[in-house]
Design a protein around this ligand. Structure first.
Ligand SMILES: *Cc1c(COP(=O)(O)O)cnc(C)c1O
Length: 373
C-alpha cells in the first residue's frame, strides 16, 4: 500500500535537528571546549531570562522536567498534606501525579465537551473547605478560560498554577501568553513539546521573586551557597547542554508556532465538511499554539488503522484517563467523568509539527476523506 511513498510521521526529531545543526554544532563545540560550566552557568541563566521575557513574566527557574516544575510549583505555593487541588480529569497523568507527589489530594473535574478543557464553572462546583489550589491544563496548546478560572480563584482565595506543558506561546486575545496568568506556570521541554530539549527538561515561571529565589535553592539540593544548605531539596536542575539547545530553539519558536497555526488552518479547511469527524475548537478569540491537532470520531480505531495502512502515523493523547489507570489511588469510578471518557474513546492526534510539509498534511486529509468517503 505504502509503495514508494515515504510515510507521514507524527514527529521527526532528525528533520528538526538537521535544520538546526549548522547553528547548534558550533555552540556545542564552544560549550564542550570550556565555554561554560556543565551545571548552572551562564547559558542556563541566559535561557531562563529570555524564556521569562518571552512568556511575559519576571522569573524563570529551570528544572529537569515538567513534572518536577509542577510538583515544585505546588510545594512553593504551600500545597501539601490535607489540601485538595482541582485538576481536569482529561489530562496527561503527570498533572495528577504532581499533586499526589506533594502530598495533596487531586480532585478531578470533567472537561467541556467542545473545548476539551476545564472551565471556571467546573472548578467552582468542585471547591470545598480543603481546596487550596487549581491546576488548569492548557491541553493541546489551547488556553483554558483564564478569566473564568481566575474569578473562581479570587472568590475562594485559591492559588492558580498553570500546567503549560503543551502551551508554549499560546495566547489570549490580548497577546498574553500561557504561564503568565496563574501565580506560577509550569512548562515541560520534553523533546516532543513545541519547545523541546534533547532530553528531559522543564521550568517554572512566575512574577513572584521570593518564590523564584526559593526555587533556585531547592532545585539545587537546597544549597544556598557553595557549602551552605538551607532545605532538603531534590536535585532537579536544568542542564547546561539542554539550556543551550533550548536557547537556540527559542529564536525559532515564534516562526514554528506560526507554521503550526497555518497547518492547523489547512486541516480545518480541508476536513470541515466531514460530519462524522469532530474538529478541535479554534480557540478564538485566543490563539492556540497547536501542540496537537486532536480530532474525534466514533470509529477512531478503524480510522487509525486506515491511516496506518497508508503509512500515516497518528497518536492518542490520551486513550486512558488518569482515573481509569491502575494507580494505587482512587481518583474516580468508571462513568464518573463521562465527557472525559467519551473523549478518550474517540480522540486521535493527526500529524502536526512545524516540520511537516503542506503535501504531507494534504496526504493525511486525502486519507481521512477517503475513510469517510
Ligand atoms: C508533558 C506534560 C507534562 C509533564 O512534563 P515532563 O517534562 O514529561 O515531566 C505535564 N503535563 C502535561 C499536560 C504534559 O503534556
Amino acid at each position: 500500500m505504502v509503495g514508494e511513498v515515504p510515510g507521514v510521521p507524527t514527529k521527526d526529531y532528525a528533520r528538526q535537528h538537521a535544520a538546526l545543526w549548522p547553528q547548534l554544532a558550533p555552540r556545542l563545540e564552544e560549550l564542550f571546549a570550556g565555554g561554560d560550566a556543565p551545571i548552572l552557568g551562564a547559558v542556563v541563566e541566559r535561557f531562563e531570562q529570555r524564556f521569562a521575557a518571552w512568556c511575559g513574566v519576571d522569573h524563570c527557574v529551570g528544572v529537569n522536567s515538567g513534572t518536577d516544575a509542577l510538583r515544585l510549583a505546588l510545594e512553593f505555593c504551600g500545597v501539601g498534606a490535607g489540601d485538595e487541588v482541582v485538576v481536569p480529569a482529561h489530562t496527561f497523568v503527570a498533572t495528577v501525579s504532581a499533586v499526589v507527589q506533594c502530598g495533596a489530594r487531586p480532585v478531578l473535574v470533567d472537561v467541556d465537551p467542545v473545548s476539551m478543557l476545564v472551565t471556571g464553572e467546573a472548578v467552582a462546583a468542585a471547591v470545598g473547605p480543603r481546596t487550596r489550589a487549581v491546576l488548569p491544563v492548557h491541553l493541546y496548546g489551547t488556553l483554558c478560560d483564564m478569566v473564568g478560572i481566575g474569578e473562581v480563584c479570587d472568590a475562594h482565595r485559591l492559588t492558580c498554577i498553570e500546567d503549560a506543558a503543551q502551551a508554549h506561546g499560546a495566547e489570549d486575545a490580548g497577546g498574553r501568553r500561557a504561564g503568565g496568568f496563574g501565580h506560577v506556570g509550569a512548562f515541560s521541554f520534553h523533546p516532543s513539546k513545541n519547545l523541546g530539549a534533547f532530553g528531559d527538561a522543564g521550568a517554572l515561571v512566575t512574577d513572584d521573586r521570593e518564590l523564584a529565589e526559593r526555587a533556585r535553592v531547592v532545585r539545587n539540593l537546597g544549597k544556598s551557597g557553595k557549602h551552605e544548605v538551607v532545605a532538603f531539596g531534590p536535585n532537579t536542575k536544568l542542564d547546561t547542554i539542554q539550556a543551550l539547545v533550548l536557547d537556540l530553539k527559542l529564536d525559532h519558536v515564534d516562526a514554528w508556532t506560526a507554521r503550526r497555526r497555518a497547518l492547523a488552518a489547512r486541516y480545518r479547511q480541508r476536513l470541515a465538511g466531514l460530519e462524522a469527524l469532530t474538529l478541535p475548537a479554534d480557540g478564538a478569540p485566543g490563539r492556540p499554539c497547536w501542540h496537537l491537532f486532536v480530532v474525534r470520531c466514533a470509529e477512531r480505531d478503524r480510522l487509525r488503522q486506515h491511516l496506518a495502512d497508508r503509512g500515516i502515523a497518528s497518536g492518542m493523547h490520551y486513550p486512558i484517563p488518569p482515573h481509569l489507570q491502575p494507580l494505587p489511588l482512587d481518583l474516580g469510578r468508571l462513568g464518573e467523568f463521562p465527557v472525559t471518557e467519551s473523549i478518550a474513546a474517540s480522540l486521535l492526534s493527526l500529524p502536526l509539527s512545524h516540520e511537516h510539509r503542506d503535501d504531507e498534511i494534504d496526504r493525511v486529509c486525502d486519507a481521512v476523506e477517503e475513510f469517510f468517503g
